[in-house]
Design a protein around this ligand. Structure first.
Ligand code: SF4
Length: 287
């Protein structure tokens, strides 16, 4: 595997007697943690341009290379579009970093956008409220649905004469939340549809802690977005799920975008975060 040399920069003690009469419980089958490249036609790696994505591409490509299956890997960046005033929803340069991740391992890179929503902004306005922990329509409609369409596109390209078998690698980590910690490393993706596609979700960096993610970056010269100098998470510049401190920092750097979002907040009459409005974030950023 070839690597480009220069990165840009470098988430009972029961009664024994009882046991004699109790038939041994059948051991539950261990959940698979190894991805089987032979059973899949392609492996799509979702890359937002963030730190976890960089390590995800590294991990998938390293394992694929060992299995002689690097030719099956495709890196996909989902473009979230622009606001009506022309501001990128994502951090500028995120797409380019994702492209550099793919280039580092010499695998094909693709950018796709929702066929239904010109941008995440349009999706939010249609919904009439901001995304939240229990309303992740932003991810499902502008990332997962886009990934599903991309898997179908690859299936058509490969002309298999049967439903494509795709791996779908995601940079989710156990450390991020209790819900994420409970996720199996390998499972059937809900985008699976018997006659259309079989998709396996794979979480290759599920076990990694944040400091280990950065170590992999340093050890392998993985390109990294400069916004990490200010914020802990990438993707959307204004994300209702982001930490308060990250939002204040982002509002300080992305003034015009936050003003536009604040206008939408007033228009919808819904606070950006519970107990935290964009107007207040902007005031804190400018104080
Ligand atoms: S960064 Fe936030 S708003 Fe953007 S897609 Fe992800 S969860 Fe949704």
């Amino acid at each position: 595997m070839t690597k480009s040399p220069t990165p840009i920069r470098a988430c009972g003690n029961g009664c024994g007697q009882l046991e004699l009469f109790t038939p041994p419980a059948e051991a539950a089958p261990a959940a698979a943690t190894e991805f089987d490249f032979d059973r899949h036609d392609v492996v799509v790696v979702g890359d937002s341009g963030g730190k976890d994505s960089g390590v995800l591409v590294h991990e998938v490509c390293t394992q694929a290379d060992k299995a002689g299956a690097l030719n099956k890997v495709r890196v996909l960046h989902c473009d979230l579009g622009r606001t009506p005033n022309g501001h990128l929803i994502e951090w500028p340069g995120a797409l380019e970093v994702a492209r550099d991740h793919a280039a580092l391992y010499g695998v094909p890179f693709a950018v796709r956008r929702s066929q239904r929503w010109p941008s995440l902004w349009d999706r939010i306005m249609d919904h009439g409220n901001w995304p939240g922990y229990f309303a992740r329509f932003c991810t499902s409609d502008t990332k997962t649905a886009v990934g599903r369409a991309f898997v179908d596109e690859l299936g058509a390209e490969l002309r298999l004469g049967r439903p494509i078998r795709a791996g779908y690698a995601v940079g989710m980590r156990a450390e991020e939340s209790r819900a994420r910690a409970a996720k199996p490393v390998i499972e059937r993706h809900r985008m699976t549809a018997k006659t259309l596609r079989h998709v396996t979700t794979w979480l290759p960096i599920h076990h990694l802690k944040t400091d280990e993610v950065w170590k992999v970056h340093r050890d392998h010269g993985i390109p990294c977005h400069p916004a990490y100098e200010w914020v802990g998470r990438l993707s959307c510049r204004a994300c209702p799920l982001a930490k308060r401190e990250d939002l204040i920092e982002s509002a300080r750097i992305n003034r015009e975008l936050f003003d536009e979002y604040a206008g939408a907040e007033e228009h919808m009459g819904k606070p950006f975060k519970k107990n935290l409005t964009l107007r207040h974030i902007i005031e804190l950023a400018r104080s």
